[in-house]
Design a protein around this ligand. Structure first.
Ligand code: DX5
Ligand code: ZN
Length: 223
């Protein structure tokens, strides 16, 4: 599969949200990455349902909703109704992850599970067939614009090896500090969905940056 690009709306200009959404609509991006933070699971609060619904109203591409919230089961139905196509919960926030992933699928969404930087990939050993997507956090969740954690490359390789022959269609997403310099190496290590917030939205020409990320070939890091 060709890799997907998912610009993170967290880095958009919220006073010009419609303009920024239309930029993404008209770009080579595949999804809108939508970060939900509750101020408990992560030390920051982002936005809630009215904003997700407003994004949905203008977005011409699927919403990839990343729930950085405790007890996400309470809100799965509401995010599905608000227009999510993918709902990703954190492994660290779920007591009954198998049940949670099934509940997401029951709502007609793709089910994702995210791992914090400190959480090893092997915790997914008994659930890898049940996820549509695994999100490897390459920064500690909570804020955009943080520095990429190098250890992520090895985690991606471990995840890819685990999924081989068991879930070959698994979407492997990487989120945090992604840019044109590390995109090629991330893809060669197994990532097939790249989230990018600040790198896209602070660019002089965001559409050109998205195209460049979309066209990047697997390979080594750019200097
Ligand atoms: C971080 C969020 C990310 C964030 C990425 O907690 O999950 O999706 O928006 O932003 P950048 O690409 O700026 O690191
Ligand atoms: Zn995210």
């Amino acid at each position: 599969m060709n890799h997907f690009i998912a610009p993170s709306v967290l880095a958009a200009d919220f006073a010009n949200l419609q303009r920024d959404i239309e930029m993404v609509n008209g770009s080579a991006a595949d999804w809108f990455h939508v970060d939900i933070m509750d101020g408990v699971f992560v030390p920051n609060i982002s936005f809630g349902f009215p904003v997700v619904e407003a994004i949905r109203k203008h977005a011409g591409k699927p919403l990839d909703v990343h729930l950085m919230i405790t007890d996400p089961d309470r809100y799965i139905g509401a995010f599905a109704k608000a227009g999510a196509s993918v709902i990703t919960v954190h492994y660290e926030a779920c007591t009954h992850l198998h049940r949670t992933l099934a509940a997401i699928k029951e709502m007609g969404c793709k089910a994702g599970v995210a791992l914090n930087p400190h959480t090893p990939v092997h915790v997914l050993e008994d659930i890898i067939e049940d996820a549509d997507l695994v999100l490897i956090m390459s920064v500690n969740p909570g804020f955009g614009g943080q520095k990429f954690i190098q250890r992520t490359y090895d985690k991606l390789k471990a995840l890819k090896a685990m999924a081989a022959g068991r879930n070959d269609n698994l979407l492997i997403e990487v989120d945090g500090g992604v840019n044109i310099s590390n995109a090629g190496q991330l893809i060669s290590c197994g990532a097939n969905v790249l989230v990018a917030g600040n790198f896209v939205f602070t660019a002089d020409d965001p559409k050109a940056v998205i195209s460049e990320m979309k066209e990047v070939m697997p390979g080594l890091m750019k200097a």
